[in-house]
Design a protein around this ligand. Sequence first.
Ligand code: ADP
Ligand code: MG
Length: 292
Amino acid sequence: ATPMSIMVGVGRGAGAGVLIRNAEALERMERVDTLVVDKTGTLTAGRPTVTALLPAPGFDEVELLRLAAAVERGSEHPIGHAIVTAAAARGIALPAVADFHSPTGKGAEGTVEGRRIAIGSAAFLAEAGVAVDGLAQEAERLQQEGATVVFCAADGRLAGAVAVADPVKDTTAPALAALRADGVRIVMLTGDNARTAAAIGQRLGIAEIEAEVSPERKAAVVARLRAEGRVVAMAGDGVNDAPALAAADIGIAMGGGTDVAMESAGVTLLEGDLGGIVRARRLSRATMRNIR
Ligand code: ADP
Ligand code: MG
């Protein structure tokens, strides 16, 4: 590839909201036949809002939200932001958190007013020995509507569940349609619950979905697809996506996502618009045609 054409391509990309870090990424874009996408923050806006509070017996909505938000104040995760914002909207004063810890793709925990508070997926609470059975049915109903439900425990006892909903970006469906028409296979990988993932997948016509996956598993799936001979682009926004972005032929970060994602990616979509991939493929084709 001649440096000049590549530079022109990279410049045009920037004009179209696509930051291309290196020549390789531009060259490979036209050959991508598989796009692996993260759900939260990639297909969806990544700005979820709290849509339901389900306090367990012995707790009320305000106390549940107060404890959950106190812990989430330390979190970088969009779910954490949603919970803190909901508490602020209700004028709830948040106590300080100590010993904050947030295992990527699972949840967050910390000590609040001397109590150990954990919030995250059902699996995360199960690891701490807390069963979510009492709220499982209600949670299931909300998940089937596409909401993400996280559970909160206080000193090893279930305190309640919080549902957050994250709308699909307007740009997502048209971008996926264009890519599919171009022969690209779409695979969703998400750390979220299977029911929530299926609800979002159905809305977008994505049939290949793997849910409740760890960051390492996301990377392993990308590696397996490559081993099968696919040319794989991976699009994601989170810390949890960084290993998979690095494992792909092309890592694509959502602008506005975490810095870690952008550092692991060869391409950044400035507006977080997956349509940028369609534009980048056109650019890649034009650039490579110029060179050949
Ligand atoms: P995705 O792949 O959809 O971006 P993540 O891997 O970031 O999802 O998170 C997976 C799951 O872990 C979330 O659906 C949620 O249940 C839980 N989780 C992760 N971080 C947090 C947090 N800060 N607070 C509550 N739950 C969390
Ligand atoms: Mg994400």
